[in-house]
Design a binder for this molecule. Sequence first.
Ligand code: HXC
Ligand code: NAP
Length: 292
Amino acid sequence: MIEKEKLMLRDDALQNEVIIITGGGTGLGRSMAEGFSHLGAKVSIWGRRLDVLQKTAEEISTLTGKEVLAVACDVRNTDEIDSALAEVIKTFGTVTGLVNNAAGNFISPTERLSPRAFDIVLDIVLKGGKNCILAIGKYWIKEKIKGNVLSITTTYASTGSGYVVPSAAAKAGMLAITRSLAVEWAKYSIRFNTISPGPFPTKGAWDRLFPEAIAKRFDFTKKIPLGRVGNHHELANLASYIMSDYSSFMTGEELIIDGGEWLKGAGEFNFLDIIKPEEWDELEKIVRKAKS
Ligand code: HXC
Ligand code: NAP
């Protein structure tokens, strides 16, 4: 649950927005839905499990007093997207924003993956994202609506990562679509941005990417300079800004929110964090000797 007092924008910042969030029934999608709804948006959450979506929609509506529409939609299926979009337009009159958040992912050595296992992730993340953008984008172009697309990627969309290769490929593809259409569809006043989160605890991600057997052996908060994982309101605030008019001159961006994690991995000498402050006196002497 998002604490309303931790939201940074004005209560009415999203009051003119109708936002579809794929994968909005759980995890980060749910938190963004809650944040947007608190700020006045009409929200429709999409996913495969209608019971999960309906429960989430009811809980958010109770908290915010705003209508939240739950629609069963597998983003791999273009017919389901067309009818889900029609249902949102029938209910709310229009659509102004899309958050591509639905995902499938799990850790595995790549040589253990069957072709189908690789495809399942590409199909949900890359092709599912593309399917939603095409359907909703064409509607916006036809109706001359200033659309706004936010895709949730990850920091390894840019760097790549072993053991989640299908996800890395799919998220990199979403980043390429974002940067490409930000330019091509700017003439229709449609914006495209991505947010790349570092670790934000959710059941979906933790069960598949950081199971207990791994968490016991590896404390990944040590990889994060700020020394902690993300809080859902921190992501909801950034996403709300992107989905609001306050960010109206921003398009084609990847916004990274990871406590400095990927930079720590990238910087050649960041490993020197292991040196204790008192050890630096001795080390400095050794390094200064290099002159002689
Ligand atoms: C190897 C696996 C596997 C595993 C599934 N498969 N799990 N292969 N190792 N651990 C294979 C199966 O054997 C099958 O291939 C194929 O993948 C499809 O599996 P199904 O179980 O039939 O698919 P399905 O029921 O549709 O489930 C899809 C899913 C599942 C992606 C596998 O995990 C899911 O529903 N995920 C949705 C939510 C999710 O993933 N959330 C996490 C996002 S977090 P064969 O060939 O045997 O038929 C995230 C964070 C990133 O992205 C960054 C964190 C910092
Ligand atoms: P999550 O709770 O498992 O969310 C994934 C959602 O996608 C679920 O609600 C799922 O609902 C939906 N989904 C899966 N396949 C779908 C399909 N074919 N059609 C429609 N919906 C589908 O995990 P999360 O951690 O919140 O992840 C949300 C997003 O954040 C993902 O894009 C993920 O890659 C990204 N991310 C997360 C983290 C993190 O640390 N949590 C970090 C970086 C990026 P159904 O199963 O009901 O369909």
